[in-house]
Design a protein around this ligand. Structure first.
Ligand code: C2E
Ligand code: MG
Ligand code: MG
Ligand code: MG
Length: 278
């Protein structure tokens, strides 16, 4: 397999690095090294259809095993990758790797890939997506790009046009972490999404009647706009029952499965077992 650097070349100019004591710069340096060595990998978390219990696809989630520091979570390295521009080559690698992997899974399993705002601002973003699809042979409708409001806060017209062109190619678009931003509702109305992913903070807070009311409103609204609704971060049977009763179509969370290394994904697909107990 290609490493991110082999796949894309080192496009970003380095910030001043090597200043000891600056955690960001140290991580940036280590990240560049890891990208050359193939130190990043993708894990895949099942997305489960609540009506049937069958797996509809997987979300690709980046993992970095640091040689000295151990596993570094995306919340620590994605922001640095975004600040330094490394996310462009790292993200292009993830897209390519995820499409490649998904092409080996049986139809109609889909793959969801997270895309940063900085990637979306690239003129070449659509080309990168087309390239990943062509090289892997994956049908466009099996790829879903997960974007957040940060992307939509940019140049709304350009982003809207880009979303429309991607959807015209058959690629699906999901609005991730829905409800956590400042003007989520206005984005729902201005852009078209295939899927809305309800942020796990709403699932975790379901026992609060006010939170439950918001979930109900999101599901109704997104459903009326023709989007599928995925609940994120479902950890307990109670949370599963709640989001099912509220009309979510799909779920993701530790109750069903954590993100898995590629080998375990194949085992799971082969066993074909239902992930909705009870
Ligand atoms: P996200 O896209 O919202 O991904 C879902 C996060 O929730 C993942 O965290 C996943 O491991 C975690 N999760 C899943 N089920 C549960 C659960 O039941 N309980 C709890 N508490 N958490 C659960 P992870 O893997 O640490 O990723 C964090 C974020 O980093 C992602 O949030 C996404 O925004 C970003 N990220 C990860 N991989 C990529 C990538 O390849 N590219 C970009 N641009 N961002 C990525
Ligand atoms: Mg996501
Ligand atoms: Mg999310
Ligand atoms: Mg997120």
């Amino acid at each position: 397999h290609d490493s991110p650097m082999q796949a894309q070349g080192d496009s970003g100019a380095s910030r001043d690095s090597g200043a000891p004591g600056n955690a960001g710069n140290t991580l940036e340096r280590d990240m560049r090294a890891a990208m050359k060595r193939g130190g990043f990998l993708l894990h895949y978390q099942p997305i489960v259809d609540l009506a049937t219990g069958s797996i509809t696809g997987f979300e690709a989630l980046m993992r970095w095993q640091h040689p000295l520091k151990g596993a570094i979570p995306p919340s620590a390295f994605i922001p640095i990758a975004e600040e330094t521009g490394l996310i462009i080559s790292l993200g292009a690698w993830a897209l390519k790797e995820a499409c490649h992997k998904a092409a080996s899974w049986p139809e109609p399993l889909k793959i969801a890939v997270n895309v940063s705002a900085i990637q979306f601002q690239q003129i070449s973003m659509e080309e990168t997506v087309a390239h990943a699809l062509a090289q892997s042979g994956l049908a466009p409708h099996r790829l879903e790009l997960e974007i957040t409001e940060t992307i939509l806060m940019q140049d709304a017209e350009a982003v809207g046009a880009s979303i429309r062109r991607l959807r015209a190619q058959g690629v699906r678009i999901a609005l991730d972490d829905f409800g956590t931003g400042y003007s989520s509702l206005s984005y729902l109305h201005r852009f078209s999404f295939d899927t809305v992913k309800i942020d796990r903070s709403f699932v975790a807070g379901m026992t609060n009647p006010r939170t439950a009311a918001i979930v109900r409103a999101i599901v109704t609204l997104a459903g009326n706009l023709g989007a599928r609704i995925t609940a994120e971060g479902v950890e307990t049977p109670e949370q599963r029952d709640f989001v099912r009763a509220e009309g979510c179509t799909e779920v993701q969370g530790y109750l069903f499965s954590p993100p898995l290394p590629p080998h375990d994904v194949l085992k799971l697909i082969r066993d074909g077992r239902s992930l909705v107990p009870g």
